[in-house]
Design a binder for this molecule. Structure first.
Ligand code: IPE
Ligand code: IPE
Ligand code: MG
Length: 238
């Protein structure tokens, strides 16, 4: 099966990276140590996805609901994101990774907003792997934002109600050019979307593992891809 794996790669893999806090708790460490280890895991999987030739990888890094966590955890997380952007940007640029951020980015601390737009512009011409980081992201908010933008177009007489359909609606999502995820992985044993890619996941294949995100490694990523290889996708047909 392994030799065929690379012939049937999912075009777009999206990951709900969950379980950092529990990973730290079972080691008697503060939750933030789990987030630190989680960044290392993300780095490994980004490299692995690039090596395998996957074209789109989306990582759910911080949800819009995560703003409701204790302020010190949120602040620590953003200091880790800031550090990760600074530490890895040269390598991402050199490896041909195009980085895009998706979410309500206006809520991010100003220095992170700057780092985000700099990294996006520095990697804009890359085309090996597109890495999407969902940050301050909520799928319901994305759908509401799209609806507002469409309503405004109609009010401005730039569009009519009959112009709204699934394909035109998509054009108002945060990253309209991003194909729907073929495979969504969630770690840590939870089996829910937690407000992630609700519109885009209509026909995604789902893969759940009990592994906590900091322990998720290259071989488990390969296992998830191998599992995808055996799925029969019917899209409602026979
Ligand atoms: C995922 O790990 C990372 C973020 C949501 C930022 P958690 O922090 O949710 O870890 P658990 O689920 O509490 O173990
Ligand atoms: C989902 O994990 C968000 C991210 C992985 C960034 P959560 O830990 O926030 O989700 P719930 O609260 O268990 O649904
Ligand atoms: Mg969690």
């Amino acid at each position: 099966m392994k030799q065929n794996l690379f012939n049937n790669l999912p075009l777009h893999v999206a990951i709900i990276m969950d379980g950092n806090g529990r990973w730290a708790s079972i080691r008697g460490l503060p939750r933030v140590k789990g987030h630190e280890a989680g960044i290392d895991a993300a780095k490994k999987i980004i490299n692995k996805a690039g090596e395998m030739g996957i074209k789109y990888l989306t990582l759910f890094a911080f949800s819009i609901e995560n703003w409701g966590r204790p302020q010190d955890e949120v602040m620590y997380l953003f200091s880790l994101f800031d550090k990760a952007i600074n530490t890895y940007s040269d390598e991402l640029i050199a490896n041909g990774v195009k980085v895009k951020f998706m979410g309500t980015l206006s809520l991010l601390p100003p220095d992170i907003q700057e780092g985000v737009s700099l990294l996006e512009s520095q990697t804009a011409d890359n085309n090996h792997l597109t890495l999407v980081i969902a940050m301050s992201y909520g799928s319901r908010q994305e759908i509401v934002d799209a609806t507002k933008a469409i309503s405004q177009k109609i009010l401005n007489d730039q569009m009519t109600i009959d112009d709204i359909n699934v394909d035109s609606f998509r054009q108002y999502l945060y990253l309209p050019e991003l194909p729907d995820p073929d495979l969504i992985i969630r770690t840590s044993g939870e089996k829910r979307f937690s407000n992630f890619l609700l519109f885009q996941s209509a026909y995604s294949e789902l893969y759940f593992t009990d592994t906590l995100w900091p322990d998720f490694d290259e071989s488990e990523f390969e296992e998830a891809i191998a599992d995808f290889y055996n799925r029969k996708r019917r899209y409602g047909k026979i």
